[in-house]
Write a protein that binds this ligand. Structure first.
Ligand SMILES: Nc1ncnc2c1ncn2[C@@H]1O[C@H](COP(=O)(O)OP(=O)(O)OP(=O)(O)O)[C@@H](O)[C@H]1O
Ligand SMILES: [Mg+2]
Length: 354
C-alpha cells in the first residue's frame, strides 16, 4: 500500500506527527532514503526522538559512511537513542562495523554485510524500531542495485523517501512484500554542503576517532588480517621469489602463493602488468600498506575502533598502527582510505590494492 504524505505549505509538522504515529503503531525497521543534502540525518534523529516520545524504544543505524553522524567515516554504527538528545554528537555508538571506505562502490558486499549486522545488533538489544539512515547514493545503476539489495536484505516495514522531485520512485518498489511508503518533500531549510565542507566533516570525524591515539605494534601472526591478500597464502621462499623477479622483470619485496594465483608486493611503483592475467600474478605496491585506514577488532570480532596503519613488515608480520584502541586486538581490517595520523584524507585505493 502506497501512502503519500505530501507536505503542504503549513502542514509539514502535522505530516511528521502523522508519520511518527503510523511508525509507532506498526514499529519495525524504517529505512530513510534520500539523495545527498535532503535532510536524512536530521530526520532520522527526529524520528528516533519522537518515537521514543511515543513510547517506542528506538535505535538508529547510520550506514552513511561518507557523512557519518554516529561513528567515524568508513564505519557503519548503531545506537539506541533517548528522547532528550539535542544532536548527533550526544549519541554514542553501541556497535560498529568497519567498511573502510567513504562510499560503497567496490565494497558493496561488505557494506551490505555491515548494514545487516548493525540492524541485527539493534534487534538483539530488544528495540522495537530501528531507523536506518542511508548513503544518498540513489542515482545510476549503482544506486539502483545497492538500494535494491539493502531493502531485500533488511526487509523494512516502512520506507521514508525524502525527495526533491521523483528521484526515488524507481527505488520504492524494491521490497518484495507490502511495505509502508512515506514520501516527504525536502524542506527549504536544508542546507547544501559543498565538497570541501563534506571533506572537512569527514576529517573532523577521523580526528575524533583518533583522539588519544598512540603507536601500537601488532604481531600479525597472532592477529587475524582481513580484506587483504596478506597471509592468505603460502609465502614464496627466497629462491622462488628470485625466479619470479627474473621472470617478471621487477623487484619483489614479498610474495605469497594462493589457490587464486601469486600475490606480489613490489617495493617501487607497480608497472603496467601485461603478465597479470597470463601469469596469474597480482602485484601491489608496498606503499599501499602505510597511511591506510584500518579497523581494529576485539577478540570477539567486533570493531573496537579505527587506526592508521603506519607500516607493515611483511616478512616478520609486524604492523605499526596509530590508534586509540588499547585493548587486546583480535583482528585487523584493511580499509581503502589513505589517511594521515592527523585525519587528513590522502586518497583512495581499490579493495584489490591491499
Ligand atoms: N528540518 C530542518 N530544519 C532546519 N535545518 C535543517 C532541517 N533539515 C536539515 N537541516 C539542515 O540542513 C543541513 C543538511 O541536513 P542533513 O545533514 O540532515 O542532510 P543529509 O541528507 O543527511 O545530508 P548528507 O547527504 O550530507 O548526509 C544540515 O545543516 C541541517 O542542519
Ligand atoms: Mg546525513
Amino acid at each position: 500500500m502506497d501512502r503519500t504524505l505530501r507536505a503542504g505549505e503549513n502542514a509539514r509538522v502535522t505530516d511528521l506527527e502523522r508519520l511518527v504515529q503510523e511508525l509507532a503503531e506498526r514499529p519495525g525497521v524504517v529505512v530513510v532514503l534520500g539523495a545527498t543534502d535532503t535532510g536524512k540525518s536530521t530526520l532520522v534523529l527526529e524520528l528516533a526522538r519522537r518515537l521514543h516520545g511515543s513510547g517506542v524504544n528506538p535505535a538508529v543505524v547510520d550506514t552513511d559512511t561518507g557523512q557519518s553522524d554516529l561513528g567515524p567515516p568508513g564505519v557503519i554504527a548503531m545506537a539506541r537513542t533517548g528522547g532528550q538528545v539535542a544532536g548527533w554528537s550526544e549519541v554514542r555508538p553501541e556497535a560498529q562495523f568497519f567498511v573502510g571506505a567513504t562510499s560503497p562502490p567496490g565494497l558493496e558486499a561488505f557494506f551490505l554485510a555491515g548494514c545487516w549486522r548493525m540492524v541485527e545488533a539493534a534487534h538483539r538489544l530488544g528495540v522495537q524500531a530501528v531507523v536506518v539512515n542511508t548513503t544518498g547514493l540513489v542515482h545510476g545503476s549503482r544506486g539502483r542495485y545497492l538500494n535494491q539489495a539493502l531493502l531485500e536484505g533488511l526487509r523494512p516495514r516502512h520506507l521514508v523517501a525524502i525527495q526533491r522531485a521523483q528521484e526515488l520512485e524507481h527505488l520504492l518498489s524494491a521490497c518484495p512484500y507490502p511495505v509502508g511508503i512515506w514520501r516527504l518533500t525536502v524542506r527549504p531549510e536544508v542546507q547544501i554542503k559543498d565538497r570541501e565542507k563534506r571533506r572537512a566533516a569527514r576529517e573532523a570525524g577521523y580526528r575524533r576517532a583518533l583522539r588519544g591515539a598512540t603507536l601500537r605494534v601488532l604481531d600479525l601472526t597472532q592477529v587475524k588480517c582481513l580484506r587483504t591478500r596478506y597471509r592468505t597464502g603460502v609465502p614464496l621462499d627466497p629462491a622462488a621469489r628470485d625466479e619470479l623477479e627474473v621472470q617478471l622483470g621487477v623487484s619483489i619485496a614479498y610474495a605469497e602463493q594462493a589457490a587464486d594465483g601469486t600475490w606480489a608486493v613490489l617495493p617501487g611503483e607497480v608497472p603496467y602488468r601485461p603478465w597479470a592475467d597470463t601469469e596469474r600474478v597480482h602485484a601491489v605496491a608496498l606503499e599501499n600498506f602505510s597511511q591506510l585506514q584500518v579497523g581494529l577488532l576485539d577478540d570477539g570480532g567486533e570493531l573496537a575502533g579505527i587506526g592508521v596503519l603506519e607500516s607493515l613488515d611483511l616478512s616478520t608480520g609486524t604492523a605499526t598502527v596509530f590508534t586509540p584502541v588499547g585493548q587486546e586486538v583480535g583482528g585487523l581490517v584493511f580499509g581503502t582510505t589513505r589517511l594521515s595520523r592527523e585525519g587528513r584524507e590522502l586518497g583512495r585505493l581499490r579493495p584489490d590494492d591491499v
